[in-house]
Design a protein. Structure first.
Length: 145
């Protein structure tokens, strides 16, 4: 993973983060937001993956179901945010849509994924921090305004 600061003004920073073949997406992005001390940001990305594990939240059971993707896919859309979790650490929340060779798509929360050949991520920090609190109904840590 490599990154470059593209712009900085009035408490807002914009970065390009480029992952290479073999990089694990969540691991790299978690390391990046921790190193840069990002607590409120939006991110988008395009690229391709050799495999992925997507997650779907089962509302009734209050658990994430695992959706394995075991083939090379194009990242049609990756969008997410960074917010401060209840323990004070930066937390990533990423949704992903990947396109298969036949044109079908699979979507969900990003659990784990490995890059092939690249993933190009733009991260835009907000000058105001977002904070998550545990929602009693779902048990999830959700952003509270």
């Amino acid at each position: 993973m490599r990154h470059k600061l593209l712009h900085q003004s009035e408490g807002q920073r914009t970065y390009a983060v480029v992952l290479k073949t073999g990089d694990e997406v969540m691991e790299c992005l978690k390391r990046f937001v921790a190193e840069e001390r990002l607590f409120a940001a939006q991110l988008t990305a395009i690229g391709a993956l050799r495999d992925a594990e997507l997650l779907y939240f089962d509302w009734d059971k209050k658990i994430y179901l695992h959706i394995p993707v075991t083939e090379h896919v194009e990242v049609a859309s990756l969008i997410g945010d960074v917010a401060e979790d209840p323990s004070g650490h930066p937390a990533l929340h990423i949704h992903l849509i990947v396109g298969k060779r036949d044109g079908t798509a699979v979507a969900g929360h990003l659990g784990e994924a490995h890059v092939r050949p690249t993933l190009e991520v733009i991260v835009t920090e907000s000058p105001v921090h977002l904070r998550k609190r545990t929602d009693p109904e779902s048990g999830l840590a959700l952003i509270q305004i």
